[in-house]
Design a protein around this ligand. Sequence first.
Ligand code: NDP
Length: 497
Amino acid sequence: MEPSYVPAQQDEPAKKAGKLIMQICQSLIGGKPVNSNLPVIEKRYPATGEVIAHIEPASGEMLDRAVEVAQQAQVSWAKTDAFERAKILHCAASLMREANDELAHLEVRDVGKLFSEAVSGDVPSGIDAFDYFAACITAQNGDFNKWDNAIGYSVRVPLGVCAGIGAWNYPMQIACWKSAPALAAGNAFILKPSEETPFVAQRVAELLQAAGLPNGLFQIIHGDADIGAAICAHPGIAKISLTGGVETGRMIMSQSAHSLKRITLELGGKSPLLVFDDCDFDLAVQTALDANFYTAGEVCSNATRVFVQRSIADDFIAALTAKAEALRVGDPMARDIQMGALISARHLAKVLDYVAIGASEGATIATGGQQLQPQGFENGYFMQPTILTNCTDDMRVVREEIFGPVMSVLIFDDEDEAVRRANDTDFGLGAGVMTKDLGRAHRVANALESGNVWVNSYNLLPPGLPFGGAKQSGFGRENSAATLDAYSEIKSVYIQL
Ligand code: NDP
């Protein structure tokens, strides 16, 4: 495959992460970058605001070609033994592990998140998906039935061509969590990364090809919502897995209705963390901080509503505030920095607006709330870790997803009240419980209306633990054996004896 981008240098000085040669990002169709004549989309490095790439959006004809190539490649891939498919996916995982640092650099340039987070979190978690789903597919069995004069069996068969449409916050994980089960199950896969994050998926494509994945099975279509809509409408695509906002989820469903696509939706959240007075206090403070300021708060399952029991609330808020004020914000590549940049100027403005809305609704800005201009990164999209106190359940900052480093603290008196208020949301992606009482941990985990509940931890997703939303946070699960079912369907065979 011809490289369609210039890889980041691993030893390059941190501050130059955004000053690489301008790249042209083109869609990858049949293993080759393909140029398009449509106006380019500018990609900026979030830490400096510099334009570092021009993305050439794909045309409808390019999408047609990609689907045609995918359909051809998928026929023989589906016939390839699961064990042979798994070998290629395991090999891809090994090559990606060797390229872990390089992939993390690309992720920093994509998102502006900390290198330390990308290198230890997002990138390895994406790579693990290839090993995990390769193992799952080799262990998959069908069902067998027997009657008087007949037998029947059922097997899972691939859907054909599947597509992934990605958000910008976890481009490596999104690319891998969607493509690995799709490929393992015997499908071809087309990825439309977010227009904000074109880089890391391109390298994943190259490494998959280096591992022996035949051309046409993993292709990239660049562009914005227009090409996303064309993917939804395309009759040759059987399934779409979206990671994105709730409104986009609705659009994807309606745009895909005519062709009756299978759909997985990983959408937004406004997740609660319930901090009981019997918790490990220091652990609870650190968990609340991590669950709000990791990746500058741009994590769908973040616990942005922190409910604290009244008896410890004052001490808790004081400890939270002191620790948030001590967080160092700046160059995503620097080792001593603890929070990087937000994705774009537009998104930063939206998050700052929410802080102002919170203040106008009566919340107190206990700390933060301002844009930051770290030395040498004055044009980047940074802001202070922000904690809002004196919040009430009806405030917009408490009800709506902000997707930035803004935590709302709410106070409760007893367990029933905490659960009722935690569930009083249209979302249901994540939830956390901080308590040393085992009975309470199980009781509250059971009562929370959420696809994922973490007890005395938050946002941990080892391979095999299903991840996905309840209520308006979407449907379908990623990161587990159940995911394979969503990329295949059952075929039953009845044999008269
Ligand atoms: P968006 O919903 O704006 O976009 C997601 C993707 O959908 C992008 O690739 C976007 O294209 C594309 N898209 C937008 N409109 C359409 C359309 N009409 N048809 C087809 N495709 C379309 O989300 P963001 O990228 O802004 O990401 C933030 C959101 O993602 C948050 O709400 C967050 O909660 C959610 N999210 C959910 C996760 C989960 O696992 N549940 C994980 C991470 C994020 P483009 O942007 O390129 O124009």
